[in-house]
Design a protein around this ligand. Structure first.
Ligand SMILES: CC(C)(COP(=O)(O)OP(=O)(O)OC[C@H]1O[C@@H](n2cnc3c(N)ncnc32)[C@H](O)[C@@H]1OP(=O)(O)O)[C@@H](O)C(=O)NCCC(=O)NCCS
Length: 149
């Protein structure tokens, strides 16, 4: 299993994972746009013998990271891939000078909440009706560099 920076060639496999994981997946166009200019963005994939098993990304905005998405193929879950991938993304965000990393997560997404808590993210607030299909609130979570070092 390896974790590496995603390239535009990974777009189709990332799109397939999106479609398997989310009720409102990103389009292939949006994914390829994200992957094509990674100056202020970081996208990583995790690969195993079956190909790309998951991906994660973040935007670098001044000194704050914003995680855009994390998804692991259903057949590859509960093997530590999500934690490994997200840890790699966090480490690179901090190396690039980010001091705090934010994300949003559905309040009912217990697996993701548990993953983020394990990585020491804490809830900072809530966004009402942030998600659609189904409509749901989001927790805003963050991880502060100084608090994990
Ligand atoms: C959330 C997600 C990325 C986790 O990926 P994963 O590879 O299965 O996670 P890991 O195996 O690395 O698990 C790490 C920790 O997350 C938590 N976790 C993961 N899946 C869980 C589940 N189904 N139930 C409870 N806790 C879970 C556990 O704390 C786990 O640690 P443990 O194995 O020591 O108990 C994956 O379930 C997924 O892709 N979900 C759909 C997409 C999604 O919701 N993304 C997040 C959007 S905000």
């Amino acid at each position: 299993m390896i974790v590496r920076r995603a390239t535009i060639e990974d777009g189709k496999e990332i799109f397939a994972i999106e479609a398997e994981c989310f009720s409102v997946p990103w389009s292939l166009d949006s994914i390829e746009t994200e992957l094509s200019n990674q100056d202020k963005k970081l996208y990583y994939v995790i690969e195993d013998a079956d190909g790309v098993a998951g991906y994660a990304g973040a935007w670098l905005v001044y000194d704050e990271g914003q995680i855009t998405n994390i998804a692991i193929r259903p057949s590859a879950r509960r093997q530590g891939y999500g934690a490994t991938l997200t840890s790699a993304l966090i480490e690179e965000c901090f190396k690039r000078g980010m001091h705090e990393i934010f994300l949003e997560v559905r309040v009912s997404n217990l697996s993701a909440l548990s993953l983020y808590r394990q990585l020491r993210f804490t809830v900072k607030g809530m966004r009402k009706d942030y998600y659609s299909e189904p409509k749901e609130d989001a927790y805003i979570m963050s991880l502060v560099k100084e608090e994990v070092k």
